[in-house]
Write a protein that binds this ligand. Sequence first.
Ligand code: NDP
Length: 447
Amino acid sequence: MLHERLSSIYDNVLRRNPGEIEFHQAVREVLESIGPVLGKHPEYAESKIIERICEPERQIIFRVPWEDDQGEVHINRGFRVEFNSALGPYKGGLRFHPSVYLGIVKFLGFEQIFKNGLTGLPIGGGKGGSDFDPKGRSDREVMRFCQSFMTELYRHIGEYTDVPAGDIGVGQREVGYLFGQYKRITNRYESGVITGKGLSYGGAQVRTEATGYGCAFFVDEMLKARGTSFDGRRVVVSGSGNVAVYAIEKVQQLGGVVVACSDSSGYVLDEKGIDLDLLKQVKQVERHRLGVYAERRGEGAAFVSGQSLWEVPCEVAMPSATQNEITGRDAELLVRNGCVAVGEGANMPTTPEGIRVFQEAGVSFGPGKAANAGGVATSALEMQQNASRDSWTFEFSEQRLQTIMRDIHGRCLQSADEYGLPGNYVAGANIDGFKRVADAMLSLGLI
Ligand code: NDP
């Protein structure tokens, strides 16, 4: 239920952004959490902070023409939504996936504002991408696309302005091509203009692993708060991309047994525990579909398509693929099968009904804004190293990440407690992130 004033703000968001359903969902979730904050802080309403936060500072849409290996010309659409720069330069990844349209970019950019606030680091919120599908494209085609994309994007970004990174479909290969083109056009070796770079040209240790590792650290904290740990627990992780692979790696190091993971073609069930080397070989090196993992793994592993991954019984679930992948029904099934903790590696992977089911059942539910913030936090550390021409060791960087995730966990619980919602990580994350941004906006005047 929305507070009366928030309800009219939400109606306005629906009216001004027709058809952008993912953006509506992301706004509603935040508005549902911050009602109690407005009671204590009338100054936010007086300065129309919420109305301002819901309106991006700038939205850029552009044409991306490119040529495939056969010489055929393709036209894609590029986006960058620079949502809020009260805390620092816009910061957030680029997504290349055929489903990308303005509503997806805005939902991701909006979430990013609060997530970045929650990290306590000086970064604003933004997001971008394209409806380009890198699947099945050669390296050369991906390179030509990235070069064309950057040929427009370069004029909008910069280390003090807007700093993109990766997301779905944008990994180190794409970041390399994008940075290469930026460097060529601007004649500047401006390392801090993009994060997620390779180690040989300004990347930071642990950035590749950070989102997945960070999510595992966050879930570890939630389990500790319940008086337990990962040790010997059955875990299911959706996806098999960047976030999922490193979530699996860290969960295994913490003693959990990951029995299933997925991609868009189906899921693999491997009761002995996922063989991570094989998974990396199949998905990252050879870029195959997940069925190939099951074929090579042999007995004990099965590939299942056309069914929900969430039917696999587990004690911990880590949705790490895409938005709205856990429905209310999936959540009910997970609860019935004994799930006690959910950590969102992906952005908004649980529907509002799913979240309600988990919270009513007493499942520890870590929303993406908090649980996957390790990626952007480590990106901010990459910017810090770039600015000081320094590079830290893997061990030191991982330690920093773990401390950041522990702090975020603590801040979520503390804010939830302060507003009378103990144990509610969703409310805690939204309130803490919102207050940081709102306070900065108040101080900066009418911007
Ligand atoms: P990747 O492209 O590396 O991997 C995405 C994975 O999810 C793949 O296994 C992909 O399967 C699967 N997937 C994507 N879309 C769908 C879909 N519509 N249905 C089913 N499966 C799908 O992306 P990331 O791992 O980087 O990102 C995963 C999630 O984590 C996203 O929500 C992203 O926003 C979020 N995130 C990522 C961060 C990062 O640092 N990379 C930081 C914070 C959040 P397939 O290969 O078959 O397409």
